[in-house]
Design a protein around this ligand. Structure first.
Ligand code: ARG
Length: 575
């Protein structure tokens, strides 16, 4: 296994340029960073744009490109190095490309693309974090699957990731719920209806409170009791929490997601006092209409609320306490918070407060926002009660997938299990397929289209590659020698170039906290592979040709499985 040392054309080109360059203060990072993949592959496989160097060297970019072309000369890695206007274009020589990329993939298996540089460093990822006594709805889907994928991506780079489910298990909504329960609920009904009954009560509270605002006071009083440790209030709170956790667990089981910590907001109750004291001691707290706040005028933000008039803590207070606790407990190099974009200001505010407290690690707190998820154009909201539950979405997906399998491949072994992997994969991919900041509209027809840009399409391509390998009796343990010259079809080379990109894509996905970079990449890979499969027969009489093509199929299968794994999606062998 050769983790870390993947073929890197950008590094090779950087070496070449550094060797011929006469400018003493030109550094490697600059050259490396300038290199880009030309949008039109006819121009070349990689290009060095010379505009930036032009300023430095006081020479026109096209002259620099020409000059570098003359100086660099031939290299075994490039079949062509050519100046085209202000660009110096490089074309990969096919044989070393094929030999090294496929060799590395066979060598590393599902570790191809993995790195070790994160070793010994911890990243805390706060994600999913649904609210107790509210349903686990589709809006929490993005946080759950983005966070899960980021944890997998960072682990792949060697980091230790601590996944934290920062459950919303504290706050005035529990006062509302107890009020509603006392007025319109019963033990029997809650036992029967579970989370649906809790939700009914929560919704009822809001419709009733619109008519009778005194209910809000009652709710506040109940929450005050919870905070004061009142026995009855605490028992009800605990009970509602257990009901919710059971429901959430069913969703996590379907997604096969586990957290390293489930410390929710209530976990920080006994840590709030110290935070408030510290803020006071550091002269950061001011009073505003009876409440305690940190003024953020100087930073163009509204004040960060720390304590309410009645002395109870707020969402931000608990987040600050949690951050201090996590830094102390885990010593993270980075703490990520995956939530909807609507919470951006909240995070900016309390990150600033931590900075003002004098903690230099405030810079390591990162909010990772995402857009809205909607189903058939409807925004999902709890208050109105019009929500689609995540569990329902997942089980429907599994059911629909099973129907498709029964129609297309009724003899398939482990049908139920495959339907589960594919149905869940369709939903997960749906949430990870576009740039996370974009709003996502989930539609069944799209998500379950085996030929569209979907999870099932990737899984299907993986199963297709697996089946070719099975049929050929290809043996991963056997002699994996192959003749790279055999893979000279344009369609094969296209696949190999895409395979080459995988390690770099993983790095970019991590740097940008953007799993969709991997989703997009996998779609490209699957499309390139299906193009190759269409053009080139794999099982042929020429043994050497067959061996080389099988190696390519095996490499694609491996990278598809790895990539899907990083998204939190399974890759069944058969579909
Ligand atoms: N429970 C919150 C919600 O559903 C998300 C919590 C995110 N994490 C955090 N540390 N604030 O909106």
């Amino acid at each position: 296994m050769r983790k870390n040392s993947y073929l890197d054309y950008k590094a090779i080109i950087t070496d070449l340029v550094m060797k011929v360059n006469e400018d003493a203060d030109l550094d490697r990072e600059t050259i490396y960073g300038l290199l880009e993949y030309p949008p039109d592959p006819n121009l070349g496989d990689l290009a060095l744009p010379c505009f930036k160097l032009s300023k430095k060297w006081r020479k026109a970019p096209h002259l620099i490109a020409e000059e570098l072309q003359g100086k660099i000369g031939p290299s075994p890695y490039f079949s062509e190095v050519k100046a085209t206007g202000p660009y110096l274009n490089f074309r990969f020589a096919p044989v070393p490309l094929t030999r090294e990329v496929l060799g590395q993939i066979l060598d590393c298996g599902e570790e191809y693309g993995a790195r070790t540089f994160g070793e010994g460093q911890k990243i805390v990822i706060d994600y999913s974090s649904p609210n107790i006594a509210k349903p686990f709805h589709v809006g929490h889907l993005s946080s759950t699957v983005i966070g899960n994928s980021l944890a997998k991506i960072y682990r792949f780079l060697g980091y230790e990731c601590v996944g934290i489910n920062h459950l919303g298990d504290w706050g005035t909504q529990f006062g509302k719920l107890i009020t509603a329960y006392k007025k319109w609920g019963s033990e029997a009904e809650v036992k029967k209806g579970l989370i649906n009954e809790l939700m009914r009560l929560y919704v009822k509270f809001h419709t009733e409170a619109e008519k009778d605002p005194s209910l809000e006071d009652e709710a506040r009083e109940w929450f005050r009791k919870i905070e004061a440790g009142d026995e009855e209030a605490l028992a009800l709170w605990q009970w509602f929490k257990e009901i919710s956790l059971e429901e959430f667990q069913r969703v996590y089981d379907l997604l096969e997601i586990t957290f390293q910590s489930q410390a929710g907001e209530s976990f920080y109750n006994d840590k709030i006092g110290a935070v408030v004291e510290e803020l006071k001691a550091k002269g950061l707290l001011t009073e505003s209409e009876g409440a305690a706040v940190v003024n953020l005028d100087a930073y163009g933000m509204p004040p960060c609320l720390i304590l309410k008039k009645d002395g109870s803590s707020l969402y931000a207070t608990r987040d600050i306490a949690a951050a201090l606790y996590r830094k102390k407990t885990y010593g993270f190099v980075k703490a990520l918070y995956v939530t909807g974009m609507a919470q951006s200001l909240h995070f900016q505010q309390w990150f600033k407060v931590v900075e003002l407290m004098g903690y230099e690690w405030a810079k390591d707190l990162v909010h990772i926002p995402f857009g809205l998820v909607s189903l058939k154009g409807e925004k999902l909201s709890t208050r109105k009660g019009r929500v689609v539950l995540l569990e329902e979405l997942l089980t429907t997906a599994i059911q629909k997938t099973l129907e498709i399998i029964n129609e297309k491949n009724p003899g398939l072994a482990n049908k139920e299990e495959v339907a589960r992997s594919v149905g869940v994969g369709a939903v997960v991919f749906g949430a990870l397929s576009v740039n996370r900041i974009k709003d996502v509209t989930f539609s069944w027809e799209e998500a379950l289209n085996f030929e569209g840009e979907t999870g099932p399409y990737l899984q299907y391509t993986h199963a297709r590659a697996s089946s070719i390998i099975r049929k050929a009796g290809f043996d991963y343990e056997a002699d994996l020698a192959f003749d790279p010259e055999k893979l000279d079809d344009p369609a094969a080379l296209k696949v190999i170039k895409t395979l080459y990109l995988f390690p770099e894509k993983v790095m970019t996905a991590a740097a940008e906290y953007e799993p969709s970079i991997i989703s997009r990449y996998l779609i490209d890979l699957a499309q390139d592979f299906n193009g190759f499969y269409h053009e080139c027969q794999v099982l042929v009489d020429d043994r050497k040709l067959q061996q080389a093509r099988l190696i390519l199929v095996a490499a694609v299968k491996t990278v598809l499985a790895t990539g899907l794994g990083l998204l939190g999606i399974k890759a069944p062998e058969q579909m």
